[in-house]
Design a protein around this ligand. Structure first.
Ligand SMILES: C=C1C[C@]23C[C@@]1(O)CC[C@H]2[C@@]12CC[C@H](O)[C@@](C)(C(=O)O1)[C@H]2[C@@H]3C(=O)O
Ligand code: AKG
Ligand code: FE2
Length: 347
């Protein structure tokens, strides 16, 4: 038996099967958020996939292009310059290490904290041009998150319409912006032509919603709710992708479900660049199913109650692939069995 050694640079990075043309999934719903039926379409997509593409979003191309150009410029700078903004703990520049608990991926990134509508002082900006581009982009993402969450509320029949949106766009909300750069990895080309390094390992996002933009290099995969099968998402730089997070799953008592996703670095020539806005609530926000939904549908909460601060603390102690909601799942209501008789059966 011939045992192939992994190149040292990939030692702690797990390999995935490279996607084949048939893995590209044509069924990802695209929602025109400016259309009259959008609220229903958003809820349907979130129920079925926990993921959808936003088209006709109204975000000017210049806002995206400016931040993308700044990100490209930053990632192209010398390692020593980038390290001056690291090491992501959790904010700043990170290289290969994701979080603090041993997860590794074939990527480099900038993780930035957002206070209200602009870059937080907790995240020093590598340059004033990058800071301005971030602030402009975050403004557009906050508006999109508001629109999407208003549509979720409307589609679910929850009032006021802003009940969910306010959690993410209110003054004390906990938002992040992440710029991910996945350089091509030619190391496996001859060694294992059908394998590719993991860029970002499988996980669900802990917040309410994440809004993702990427360049035209593929790599994102989502696990279908129906069977857990991994499918590749065809990239579309003219659109955004909305990812349902764990907190929105709990707030809707599991009606909308967070989606597992990951990135595989299969392109041997071109970098993938993604920009993701994470919409989280204030740390003190109670995360529990909306009362209106429970009362209307005669349901009991499927989850133990927690605050976003508690969930976040637990999440940051977990590994990427962990099921972070599992410890908060309530046991199904106790089923009482008829008592077995202790007296011997009569003859
Ligand atoms: C391994 C980890 C990275 C992460 C914190 C965690 O301990 C588990 C959740 C991870 C995640 C996934 C979505 C976002 O990219 C992120 C910023 C988040 O809020 O939760 C990352 C965290 C991170 O990279 O620090
Ligand atoms: O970079 C991507 O396309 C996805 C990254 C991601 O899921 C994340 O940063 O949480
Ligand atoms: Fe994610």
């Amino acid at each position: 038996m011939v045992v192939l050694a992994k190149p040292a640079a990939l030692e702690q990075i797990s390999l995935l099967r490279s996607p084949e043309p048939g893995d590209y999934f044509a069924g990802i719903p695209a929602v025109d958020i400016a259309s009259p039926g959008a609220a229903r379409a958003v809820v349907q997509a979130c129920e079925m996939f926990g993921f959808f593409k936003v088209v006709n979003h109204g975000v000017p191309a210049g806002v995206v292009d400016r931040l993308e150009a700044e990100a490209v410029r930053f990632f192209a700078s010398p390692r020593a310059v980038k390290d001056a903004y690291g090491h992501a703990s959790p904010f700043g520049y990170g290289n290969k290490r994701i979080g603090r608990n041993g997860d590794m991926g074939w990527l480099e990134y900038l993780l930035l904290a957002i206070d209200h509508a602009s870059l937080s002082k907790a995240s020093p900006a590598p340059s004033s041009t990058l800071r301005d581009a971030v602030n402009e982009y975050v403004g557009a993402m906050r508006r999109m998150a508001r629109t999407v969450l208003e549509m979720v509320a409307e589609g679910l029949g929850v009032s006021p319409r802003g009940a969910l949106a306010e959690m993410v766009t209110g003054a004390a909300s906990d938002q992040l912006l992440r710029l991910n750069h996945y350089p091509p990895c030619p190391l496996l080309q001859d060694l294992m032509p059908n394998c590719s390094p993991t860029g970002f390992g499988e996980h669900t996002d802990p917040q309410l919603v994440s809004i993702l933009h990427s360049n035209s290099t593929a790599g994102l995969q989502v696990a279908l709710h129906d069977g857990g099968h991994w499918v590749s998402v065809p990239p579309d730089p003219s659109a955004f992708f909305v990812i349902v997070g764990d907190s929105l799953q709990v707030l809707t008592n599991g009606r909308l479900r967070s989606v597992k996703h990951r990135v595989v670095v299969a392109n041997r020539l071109k970098s993938r660049l993604s920009m993701i806005y994470f919409g989280g609530p204030p740390v003190a926000q109670r995360i529990a199913p909306l009362r209106q939904l429970l009362d209307r549908d005669g349901e009991q909460s499927m989850y133990e109650e927690f605050t976003w601060g508690e969930y976040k603390k637990a999440a940051y102690r977990s590994r990427l692939a962990d099921n972070r909601l599992a410890p908060f799942h309530r046991q199904p209501p106790h089923v009482t069995m008829p008592q077995a008789s202790s007296s011997p059966p009569s003859p």
